[in-house]
Write a protein that binds this ligand. Structure first.
Ligand code: NI
Length: 396
C-alpha cells in the first residue's frame, strides 16, 4: 500500500482522537463537543475555520499555492441512539448513544488529512475540509448547504467516504451513477368507525382496510415498476386497536420506500396513494396519506468517479478497487451535495470485525450494530486517500 509516511507516523494521535470521539458520541445536531474537538485541532494546526453551518457543522480552509481552484472533502460527525454492547476502554460513556456507524473514524480520517495538508501545503488551491452534523436522518448536509456552504466555500467538486464492514481493509468500493437509494417515509391513517367487536356490522373496520391496502401495495413494485428499476416498499409498522373486544376507529401503516430514480419514486408514491384512497373508499373508510421524501438517491458523477478511482488505485493497487460496487438500498445525505456539485462517494473496507478490542459485544461488526467498532487500521488509508485526492485535483 502506498501510504503517506507522515500520516502513518501520525496514526497514534489519530487513533487517540478517534477513540475519544467514540467514547463521547453525540446525536444529530447535538455534536457540540465533537465540533469543539474538531475546531480545537484545526486551530492548533493553523487552519482557519468556519463554524455554525448547519448548527454544529464546521469547515476548515486550507490554502496552498496561488490558484483559485478548490475541492471539498466531507466527513460526518454524528452518532446513533443505540446502546453500545462493547465494554472496551473507549466504549461510549453515555447511555443509549453510540458511534455505531463509524462517523468517529470518518471525522478522525479527515482530521488526519487536514493535519498533513496544513503542514505541507503541497497543492495549488484551496481544500475545504467539511465536518457535517446529522447524517443519520437529520439531513445535516442539506442544512449546511442551506446555511451557505457552497457560497462561502466555492468548490469545484466534493468527495465523501464511508467505511464498509465486510469489505477487506485496504480495499475501496465505488461506482459511477446511482450508488445509494433515495429514502422516503410514509404514514397512512385509515379512518373507519369503531364498534363492538361482536357487532362489526355497526362499524367500519379499519384493520381489514389496512390489511387490504398493505397486500395491494405489494403489487406496486412487482406489477407497476419497471423490472429494471430497483425499488423497495417496506411496511415497518402497523398500529391499531387496544382491546380484544373493540374494533378501533383508526389503523396506521408506516414504512419506507427506496428507489434510485425520481420517476420510479413518483410512480410508487402515486400508486400508493391511489390504492390507499380507493381501497378505503370501497369499504366506506377514508385515509390521510403522508409521504415524506427524506434523502435523494446518491448519484456519483462519472468524471469525478473515474478520477477518484485512479487515486484509489495508486494507493491500494487496481486489484483492491472495486470500480463497479453493487449499489445499496441504504441512503446517505451526501446525495444532497452531489445534486449541487460534481463529486464522488466511496466505500472503504472496514474488515470482518477481527480488529475489535477485547470486550467487544458478541454481535457482528456491522453498521448500526451495538457491537460495531470502526477499524483504526483505516485511519492512515482514509487520510492518505483524502490527501492524494486533493493533491491530484489541485496539482501544480
Ligand atoms: Ni454512516
Amino acid at each position: 500500500m502506498e501510504l503517506i509516511d507522515p500520516i502513518v507516523r501520525f496514526q497514534t494521535e489519530l487513533q487517540e482522537i478517534r477513540r475519544d470521539l467514540h467514547a463521547h458520541p453525540e446525536l444529530a445536531f447535538q455534536e457540540q463537543r465533537t465540533s469543539d474537538v474538531v475546531a480545537t485541532k484545526l486551530t492548533e494546526w493553523d487552519i482557519p475555520t468556519i463554524r455554525g453551518l448547519g448548527g454544529t457543522g464546521i469547515v476548515g480552509v486550507i490554502k496552498g499555492g496561488t490558484r483559485d481552484r478548490a475541492i471539498g472533502l466531507r466527513a460526518d460527525m454524528d452518532a446513533l441512539p443505540v446502546q453500545e454492547a462493547n465494554r472496551f476502554a473507549h466504549a461510549s460513556r453515555y447511555t443509549g448513544r453510540m458511534h455505531a456507524c463509524g462517523h468517529d473514524g470518518h471525522t478522525a480520517m479527515l482530521l488526519g488529512a487536514a493535519h498533513y495538508l496544513a503542514q505541507h501545503r503541497d497543492f495549488d488551491g484551496t481544500v475545504y475540509v467539511i465536518f457535517q452534523p446529522a447524517e443519520e436522518g437529520g439531513g445535516g448536509a442539506k442544512r449546511m448547504m442551506d446555511d451557505g456552504l457552497f457560497e462561502r466555500c466555492p468548490m469545484e467538486a466534493v468527495f465523501g467516504m464511508h467505511n464498509w464492514p465486510g469489505a477487506p481493509v485496504g480495499s475501496f468500493g465505488v461506482t459511477a451513477g446511482p450508488m445509494m437509494a433515495s429514502s422516503n417515509e410514509f404514514e397512512v391513517i385509515i379512518k373507519g368507525k369503531g364498534a363492538h367487536a361482536a357487532q362489526p356490522h355497526k362499524g367500519i373496520d379499519p384493520i381489514m382496510v389496512a390489511i387490504q391496502i398493505a397486500q395491494s401495495w405489494q403489487t406496486i413494485v412487482s406489477r407497476n415498476c419497471n423490472p429494471l428499476d430497483a425499488a423497495v416498499l417496506s411496511i415497518t409498522q402497523i398500529h391499531a386497536g387496544s382491546a380484544t373486544n373493540v374494533l378501533p376507529d383508526e389503523a396506521n401503516l408506516i414504512g419506507t420506500v427506496r428507489t434510485f430514480n425520481a420517476p420510479a419514486l413518483d410512480l410508487i408514491e402515486q400508486r400508493m396513494r391511489e390504492i390507499a384512497e380507493h381501497t378505503a373508499a370501497a369499504f366506506g373508510a377514508s385515509v390521510e396519506f403522508r409521504f415524506l421524501r427524506n434523502y435523494p438517491p446518491l448519484i456519483n458523477h462519472a468524471k469525478e468517479t473515474a478520477f477518484a478511482i485512479e487515486v484509489m488505485q495508486g494507493i491500494v493497487g487496481p486489484a483492491n478497487v472495486n470500480a463497479q460496487v453493487e449499489p445499496t438500498m441504504g441512503a446517505e445525505d451526501f446525495a444532497f451535495m452531489l445534486q449541487k456539485k460534481p463529486g464522488c462517494y466511496a466505500f472503504l473496507g472496514n474488515g470482518e470485525g477481527t480488529h475489535r478490542d477485547a470486550g467487544h459485544g458478541l454481535g457482528p461488526c456491522n453498521l448500526h450494530n451495538p457491537s460495531y467498532d470502526f477499524n483504526d487500521a483505516l485511519l492512515p488509508i482514509g487520510a492518505t486517500y483524502w490527501v492524494k485526492l486533493a493533491q491530484a485535483y489541485l496539482r501544480f
